[in-house]
Each structure stands twice: as structure tokens, then as C-alpha cells.
Design a binder for this molecule. Sequence first.
Ligand SMILES: [Zn+2]
Length: 277
Amino acid sequence: MPDIKFLEKQPLYTKFPFNVPEFILQFDQVNINMFCNVCDGNRTFNMTNEYDDSFIHIHPKLLRESEARSNMNKYITLDYLCASCKEFMRFFFIRVDENFEYIQKIGQFPPLDISIPEYIKKVIGKEYEDYFKKGRISENFGFGIGAHAYYRRIIEGIIDDLLDKISNLLPDIEKEKYEEALTKAKKTKNAAEKIEIVKDLIPPILIQDRYNPLRTLHEALSIGIHVESDEICIENAIIIRKNLEFLVEAIYRYEEKSKEYIKDMDNLKKKLEKYKS
Ligand SMILES: [Zn+2]
């Protein structure tokens, strides 16, 4: 179909602005890169059916097919086959908006992935793993307010610990200033307030080009889910999840590397001691 990002990532029932051609046949056929259960890894998938072969769902009032093709909503089925094993398939069901302004996924099998990376599970713990999963499911169904609320709950629950761990990534000279701010932050009630206090003292290693993940997180947490639409909430929910994943991964990798380094050094030093004696 039309767009790689749309097929690979777009949650169900969300509007994807698209310049819809007049006829289904004029849609491009694109290859996508997604997980294959048989190959057990990401692979290229090719579209195997034709747009004009897709069953056209016509309202009984419209008898002429040509009229249905250009004037009615279109519901299109897409079949995709893994190019490596030629066994595993993915299916998409797409709706074209009646004003031809957007397209929408209304079905997908297998569903979008909700697996949680191991490092996330280790850092957020069992209690929040469940919220993370529910957040991913809400995201995939386009329930922005729900996803936002689940991710926010995780951040509220782990924020003190997360900010403590960030301090380990700072050089000694900047640590003191950060920890002073952190003590102040811990006395405040919610995550957005805590982040506000320390966000500009973040370790340079965490800054990515023009993005400071704590500042971005702060902005996304500050939107009011009571007043914003599902569409706005979903974008912000994804920002919260991505920044959470980035921070947790950076902290986890640093801790693992540090442990590994200390273990290696201990072993090497022990060996040297033996030679000396
Ligand atoms: Zn495969």
C-alpha cells in the first residue's frame, strides 16, 4: 500500500493524512520491513495481491462498480509475504476516507508488536511492566488518552529512581549541582515538577542533537489529557514512551558496562597479584 511508515507503525483507527488517488489501482505497492515469526527476525515483506483484486465493498444502493471505485469509501485488503522464507504472511485491512483526505488501518494480523525489551522490564519492574503493556495496546488501538495515562503512571512511579540513576552518568564536577537540585526535586509531588527542576542539569551524554530527553518528557507530561483529543494524546504518549525507553536504555547500558568493567578489572588484577607473589 501507499506508505511504508503507515503499514509498519500506524496504530489502528487513527487518521493518516494521505493524498488519495482517484482509483485504487493508482496506489503504489511498497515493500515493508517487519518481524517474521518464521525467520525470527526483521525481514522484507512484498505485497502479493493486486489492488484491483481486492474485494470491493459496495453499498447496495450503488450498482455500478465504477461509481463505487471513485465515489465511495474503499475497504482494501493487503496481503504481504516474507521475502526470505516465503511462508509467513501479514495482512492489513485499510479504509479510505470518503473525502479522500486520509487513510486508516482498520485491521491488521498479526497485530502490532507489544513485546517489551528486557532492559525495560529490568529497570521498571513487574508492577509497571503491566502498565507498559497496556500502554502499548492502547497505542496500537489509537486510544491516546489511555496510553498517555498508562505511561504517565509509570513515570510517576519510577521517576525518583530514574533521576537518581541519571546522576551516575554525570562527571563528578557536575554531580554536586545535580544532586542538590535532585534533593529539591524529590520534595515535590509530581513527575513533571521533579523533571522541571533537574532537566537542564542532565548529563551531556543524554543530549541528542537538539533534544534533551528530560525536557521533551516534561513537555509531553504537561499536556492535559482531560482537555486534549485522542489524536494529540497519542502523539504525546509516544513521545513519553520513546523518551522513557531512551533514558532507561542509556542507564541500563551504563550500569551493565560498569559492572562488566569492574569484574574484568578485578579478574585481571587478581591474575597479576598471582604473578607477583
Ligand atoms: Zn520469513
